[in-house]
Design a protein around this ligand. Structure first.
Ligand code: AMP
Length: 300
């Protein structure tokens, strides 16, 4: 089993969902991804929080075997994001982003983490994502996530990052925006021409597509009756995927497909609870039962 390094935001989120406000619950891309990855492999988290970050949260992450030696505690307040979801939860608007200590975040990779073989560069400035890679020895697999903000304001840097990663994970809108291609198959080809051998295009409740060589793998999302909070589903998907690859220490076809299924399994738990609640509660037996549900769903 190889180790996994995850870099990204650790946050408080204020979520407006179905008329209820969930104020300052635990969130952040790296938090979701780490908790998901920890279901499969040892995780090393790199991020920053403020002095207001509660011990209960660090204890919960540690109890999951997540190594927090790279979680810097800086003077100031923890990153805070506030969003409101549409009634059907299919879209959301950002009401507020308080970068706080995240504004000066310069990821420092502890020496003991520099040899990690599997790396997830969560959604941060691509310049910082490249700084992280500069500090690593020689990871065998690097996955990067991104968002529309960086496509807009750090386009050239994002293109440069693409030449240094193995997998790019982004949603359909972002894939179209980054490539100027409306058709997702063409967009994926254009993205792979920038460097990553693997491109995953996420389509929210409609699942995900993996493009690799001449291969396309499509996986639906599990049809769920009880969707409560979609926050962090994408990060959870990517975290579980990298954790699963690290566990197998293998990125060949069957292992990659399995990792995508586990990514979708963990994402399905993520959306069933507010914040990280359901992701935290899911047991190995729950995870395996859902893996089997996916097998039935897609077997014909
Ligand atoms: P997702 O739903 O997968 O897009 O991820 C949601 C998580 O991303 C939330 O928990 C937020 O705290 C975090 N987040 C929101 N905006 C940003 C940003 N600009 N940079 C880093 N993380 C963010």
């Amino acid at each position: 089993m190889a180790s996994t390094l995850i870099v990204g935001s650790v946050a408080f989120d204020t979520l407006h969902i179905a008329g209820t406000c969930h104020s300052k619950v635990l969130g952040g891309a790296a938090t979701y991804a780490s908790l998901a990855a920890a279901h499969f492999a040892p995780v090393q988290l790199v991020g920053v929080v403020g002095r207001d970050f509660p011990d209960s949260a660090t204890q919960m992450l540690r109890a999951r075997g997540i190594d927090l030696a790279g979680l810097e505690v800086a003077d100031g307040e923890t990153f805070h994001w506030e969003g409101r979801y549409s009634e059907d939860l299919s879209s959301r608007e950002t009401l507020r982003t308080d970068l706080n200590v995240f504004a000066d975040f310069k990821p420092k990779i502890p020496k003991a983490f520099q040899k990690a073989e599997f790396v997830m560069l969560g959604n941060i400035d691509p310049t910082l994502q490249m700084d992280v890679l500069d500090q690593m020895s020689k990871p065998s697999f690097v996955l990067a996530d991104t968002m529309n903000l960086w496509i807009d304001i750090r386009h050239a840097e994002l293109i440069k990052l693409c030449s240094r990663i193995d997998m790019l994970v982004l949603n359909d809108e972002e894939a179209r925006q980054l490539t100027d291609q409306k058709n997702l198959v063409r967009a994926a080809r254009a993205l792979r021409e920038l460097g990553p051998k693997y491109v995953i295009i996420k389509k929210g409740e409609h699942g995900a597509l993996l493009f690799h060589g001449n291969d396309v793998f499509a996986l639906p999302a599990l049809p769920l009756e009880n969707v409560v909070d979609p926050t962090g589903a994408g990060d959870t998907f990517a975290g579980a995927l990298i954790g699963c690859l690290a566990r197998a220490n293998d990125v060949s076809g069957p292992s990659m497909r399995r990792a995508i299924v586990y990514g979708s399994v963990l994402a399905s738990f993520c959306v069933e609870g507010i914040s990280l609640q359901r992701l935290h509660e899911a047991s190995p037996a729950d995870v395996n039962a859902r893996f089997e549900q996916f097998r039935k769903l897609t077997n014909f």
